[in-house]
Design a protein around this ligand. Structure first.
Ligand SMILES: [Zn+2]
Length: 376
């Protein structure tokens, strides 16, 4: 009898143990258990089971993304802007744009944030970017503050000659020569360079910046030569994108944007779509970096003998507007000036211009990388 009672007790305690384990696991599964889930903190799992495809891109619903990473979100319906927060993390996004800011640093998603099934959906790649920041073990993605790829844009080409100098010297030929030499200079220093044109052919202004965006260039540098009715005008200028312009810059912008006359109408739609995006936020950061780059280049260019530095200026060049990276435009000299046009056509002079611009880019790159994108 005694023995039997003992056996029964053992039997019931086993059942209780099984029930207890099952209950605990179930509670845990539904998220009711309150003990910290250590394994999850150490090895973050991306919410891959929540993804779905639109076209070629993996997307996740905003609400699933926020749930996975404990994010709070805020939505500005007029600006179509979206802000996601949690401690140590702030993300700015916009509907219809693949650009964003992650803790004030520019990020390019592989596709647009959009509305799908009446809900906001976000390219899944953002999930990985968030994980890198939230989970310290995966922090500091290597190569985030690197200048690896530069798009050099020799202005004009083909049916668009640009400015034409007194001896028939054409801007399109002069700037292509400088761009090719600059490409070589930078490639010898380990930077990948893509030219928007390699020969004398017409490339639309829209296609030039679009190339820089699709190639995910770290910098975009457009090279030009200036022209003025005042034949004595000489010297170089470096421009960054700005809406505020002085009168002489306005005249120059009319000249450089004139390339648009040769183009089809497609860019207008692209431009209006951009107005509703994060453009101004991203542009603020890009502009600050573009000004630093302009300074570095200007410092090196003014060391060339007998060259006048006309300064760093802001202007609204179409070719710079809509580039997703720091973008500048260099007016290397006045092709309308007899002496300067001869110099620009001289291969030794164009070599020294290319080297000066190249050294400026290298100086910028070194400082950018040393200071983690000017954050330290
Ligand atoms: Zn030009």
């Amino acid at each position: 009898m005694l023995k039997l009672k003992f056996k029964n007790q053992n039997y019931y305690s086993k059942i209780y143990a099984v029930i207890f384990i099952l209950t605990f696991c179930t509670l845990n599964f539904y998220g009711c258990a309150t003990y910290p889930r250590r394994a999850e903190v150490k090895k973050p799992s991306l919410p891959v089971d929540k993804t779905f495809r639109i076209g070629r891109t993996d997307y996740i619903y905003l609400k699933d993304l926020c749930q996975a990473y404990d994010l709070v979100w805020d939505w500005d319906i007029l600006g179509k802007r979206l802000t996601l927060y949690r401690e140590g993390l702030k993300i700015n996004l916009a509907i219809g744009s693949s650009l964003g800011l992650l803790n004030e640093q520019r990020i390019a998603l592989q596709d647009k944030v959009r509305i799908y099934n009446y809900e906001i959906v976000i390219p899944f790649i953002l999930s990985e970017e968030i994980a890198k920041i939230i989970f310290p073990s995966q922090r500091v993605p290597p190569g985030i503050y690197k200048i690896k790829r530069v798009v050099i844009d020799p202005g004009h080409g083909g049916k668009d000659p640009g400015a034409v100098g007194p001896g028939g010297i054409k801007e399109k030929d002069v700037v292509l020569d400088i761009a090719k030499k600059l490409k070589k200079f930078l490639e010898n220093r380990g930077i990948e360079v893509i030219l928007t044109r390699e020969k004398d052919k017409f490339v639309s202004l829209w296609r030039r910046k679009h190339l820089a965006n699709t190639k995910r260039a770290d910098l975009f540098i457009s090279i030009h030569a200036n022209s003025s009715r005042w034949r004595q005008a000489r010297g170089f200028e470096v421009y960054y994108l700005s809406d505020r312009m002085d009168e002489s810059s306005k005249a120059l912008v009319r000249l450089e944007n004139a390339g648009l006359e040769f183009e089809e109408g497609q860019f207008f739609t692209e431009n209006t779509a951009l107005a509703a995006t994060l453009w101004d936020i991203v542009q603020t950061q890009n502009r600050a970096q573009a000004i630093r780059l302009a300074n570095k280049i200007s410092e090196c260019m003014e060391k060339i003998d007998w060259v006048d530095n006309r300064g760093i200026k802001g202007a609204n060049f179409y070719v710079l507007r809509g580039a997703n990276m720091p973008a500048i435009l260099i007016e290397t000299g006045f092709i309308s000036n007899v002496i300067e046009s001869k110099k620009l056509a001289n291969p030794y002079y164009s070599q020294s211009l290319a080297e000066a611009i190249g050294e400026g880019i290298i100086n910028y790159k070194e400082e950018f990388e040393r200071t983690d994108g000017f954050t330290r």
